[in-house]
Ligand binder design. Structure first.
Ligand SMILES: *[C@@H]1O[C@H](CO)[C@@H](O)[C@H](O)[C@H]1NC(C)=O
Ligand SMILES: *[C@@H]1O[C@H](CO)[C@@H](O)[C@H](O)[C@H]1NC(C)=O
Length: 202
């Protein structure tokens, strides 16, 4: 049972991240294979960082304008190359390992003279890379996974509905308790008490 849940959670996570990465989507690779990440932007930019991780915490590549020099993270040296004319850069990573699995973000930076600050902007081409040996399990788009996703979506919808209903019931309860509390508060005032008593009797 817990294995099913683990798989479900994993698939869900991958789907969410896949939706989050604007255009690239999910790339499934086997260990040893290469991958090309194509960072693109329409606007004028000064530098490009390829970052890895959910929180963009790892720098993979830093490229400043059209300068030939790339700054490449240690774990990628020797197997990463960049091609193309800045800001549209194709990044080739060879000899993938399962440790390369994760989201990769194309982040462009530009100096804004008005504010005197660096402005970051995501380009297109961000991807979720999954390097795995097993070809059968957990393919994001296979029917079994889609079924799992459907089931989990239904479950979450039911849970959400429950929460919303609970919230409404809570609101109605607090409102009605406020209503019942009011007469008690004005009960000291004789005039109001009489009036209220009159309307109530009617
Ligand atoms: C970069 O790619 C975008 C989209 O493909 C294109 O609109 C733009 O003109 C390209 N920029 C350069 C400098 O080639
Ligand atoms: C790929 O990586 C493996 C393990 O790190 C290494 O043994 C192999 O020599 C590498 N192959 C190439 C072509 O770099």
């Amino acid at each position: 049972m817990s294995a099913v849940w683990l798989k479900l959670v994993t698939v869900l996570c991958f789907c969410c991240i896949a939706l989050g990465t604007e255009t690239g989507g999910v790339l499934w690779k086997k260990p040893g294979e290469p991958v090309t990440i194509q960072c693109r932007t329409f606007s004028d930019q000064e530098s490009l960082s390829l970052k890895k991780g959910l929180k963009e915490e790892h720098d993979v590549l830093f490229k400043e304008g059209n300068s030939a020099k790339d700054t490449i993270a240690k774990e990628f040296t020797g197997r990463l190359q960049s091609h193309g004319e800045f800001p549209n850069v194709s990044i080739l990573i060879k000899n993938l390992t399962s440790g390369d699995t994760g989201p990769y973000w194309c982040i462009y930076t530009k100096f804004d003279p008005k504010s005197g600050q660096l402005i970051q902007m995501k380009g297109t081409g961000s991807v979720l890379l999954v390097v795995t040996d097993s070809s059968d399990s957990m393919k994001q788009c296979d029917p079994a996974s889609n079924e799992l996703v459907l089931v989990s979506v239904v479950i979450s919808a039911a849970v959400l509905l429950g929460i919303i209903m609970g919230f409404f019931i809570w609101i109605i309860k607090t409102k009605s308790s406020r209503r019942t509390a009011k007469p008690r508060r004005v009960a000291n005032n004789d005039v109001y008490e009489d009036m209220r008593g009159g309307t109530l009797r009617r």
